[in-house]
Design a binder for this molecule. Structure first.
Ligand SMILES: [Mn+2]
Length: 458
């Protein structure tokens, strides 16, 4: 047989060097498990809470009593002031870009964001040719490091908007399916399939946001009637329905959307859903997406310990988390109502100016929701953070990334040019701006997007 042509070097790089990456993961596990009194320092979002929980559970299983410090963000200033001089620190879901960690005596980093590398031991797929935005989350990396809680690895990836799972995420899923802890199924993605009555399920559907249905109970009930489910709106959950009624409801939603000119939304209606079979039936924790929503609500409301308590199965944590989520959903509903009326077409992108109206803790989620029906351009949303700076959240769709859009890079460049900071993933990124430079920033950002598309154009 003829030998095949030699693979070009870039192809090997594109596919990622899994062996080297796994080696790093193993090295990190050995190192962290050798510490006497470790502290896990993790990011506050769903992926940060799940990856932090995986580390805590693994360290506890090894007989340690890890301390936990959960933070909204980390930077060199914070580390220099608060952490240099301490030791045995495990940074999770951030830290990969912080050079000051190199000054800490015993430290290691689990991250998946774009990084130039650190002297400190770092398990990061980006350093081995994988895209941390799509192929694996920090929870996945933490799972590869410590070998426990594949269910949380899936929840973290879903929370970081990496579903449908591909590449390293998919390998973790297959492992979980073999163990019988997780099952993948194509279904409606909306929240509350196990826990909400049909009417509430539709009225409060925010991911995807259903124009004309979300926030409108009468319209939701009318839609259920059209689907032949008129006796059931307030008693039955989606998962209580027999298969034929489920499919009648799905068809009615699709038909409604195309009739009202939102056919594009249907693409976000269905997707691969991940059922966590080790979690109780009829509970939010049974569905990876609902689990992630619950954790995001805890994180965004500053109740990190509740989120981690849910992951680690601590008594009472789930009930508290549900209360936090109920309030959070109410805030989102108000945020999205405001945003849908205050979205401006800026040419290269849509701008939601939520300054003074939408909290910085939910602005990114709101941007994502508006993106479910404004699908042709990236969404950029503004809010004001605790320190009075302008917080920017950007969201883009897969087809824009194929056109060359990289929001992380665009925000890094345009915010950096006016004395702010920005970065993140291609499809989801953020920035923080000094006061008084917003107009200038918006112009630079639009130009950057234009450049990215031009550079990619054939
Ligand atoms: Mn993450």
């Amino acid at each position: 047989m003829q030998p095949g042509p030699e693979l070009p070097a870039w192809l090997g790089f594109e596919m990622g060097d899994k062996e080297r990456f796994l080696e790093k993961c193993g090295e990190l596990a050995e190192y962290a498990l050798s510490w006497d009194s470790p502290t896990v320092i993790n990011h506050f979002d769903c992926d940060g809470i799940t990856s932090g929980s995986i580390a805590v559970e693994a360290l506890r299983r090894a007989g340690k009593k890890p301390k936990v410090l959960t933070l909204k963000k980390i930077d060199d200033d914070y580390i220099n002031v608060n952490l240099v001089g301490k030791n045995e620190l495990l940074f999770v879901d951030f830290g990969g870009t912080c050079k000051s960690i190199d000054q800490i005596k015993d430290a290691a980093i689990i991250d998946h964001h774009q990084t130039e590398g650190t002297k400190t031991l770092q398990a990061n797929p980006q350093l081995h040719g994988f895209d941390g935005g799509r192929e694996i989350s920090s929870a996945g990396v933490a799972h590869l490091v410590f070998g426990v809680r594949e269910d949380l690895a899936i929840v973290g990836a879903v929370g970081d908007v990496q579903a449908p799972l591909v590449s390293l995420n998919r390998e973790i899923l297959h492992e979980a399916e073999k163990k019988g802890t997780v099952e993948a199924r194509l279904d409606l993605k909306a929240y509350g399939k196990n826990t909400r009555s049909l009417a509430v399920f539709l009225t409060y559907s925010d991911e995807p946001y259903l124009p004309g249905i979300t926030g409108n109970e009468e319209a939701s009930v009318a839609l259920l009637e059209q689907a032949g489910l008129k006796n059931k709106p307030f008693e039955t959950t989606y998962n209580d329905l027999p298969e034929n009624e489920k499919s009648a409801l799905r068809a009615a939603i699709v038909e409604y959307l195309s009739r009202s000119g939102f056919a594009g939304v249907s693409a976000d209606l269905f997707g691969e859903c991940y059922i966590l079979k080790n979690q109780p039936e009829k509970s939010e924790l049974r569905d990876a997406s609902e689990f992630s929503t619950l954790l995001n609500a805890c994180g965004r409301n500053g109740r990190f310990e509740v989120g981690m308590g849910v992951c680690l199965g601590e008594p009472g944590a789930l009930d508290t988390a549900k209360e936090i989520l109920a309030q959070h959903k109410k805030n989102l509903q108000l945020g999205i109502q405001y945003a849908s009326k205050h979205t401006t077409d800026m040419g290269e992108f849509y701008l939601i100016d939520g300054r003074g109206q939408i909290s910085d803790t939910i602005i990114g989620v709101v941007a994502g929701m508006i993106g479910t029906y404004r699908r042709d351009k990236p969404i950029l949303a503004l809010s004001i953070d605790e320190e009075g700076k302008i917080k920017v959240s950007g969201r883009a769709k897969e087809h824009m990334i194929k056109e060359g859009i990289n929001l992380g890079m665009a925000l890094k460049a345009s915010a950096g040019a006016i004395g702010g900071v920005g970065g993140g993933h291609r499809q989801a990124a953020g920035a923080s701006l000094p006061i008084g430079k917003t107009e200038e920033f918006l112009v630079l950002f639009g130009e950057k997007l234009c450049e990215q598309k031009t550079a990619q154009a054939p």
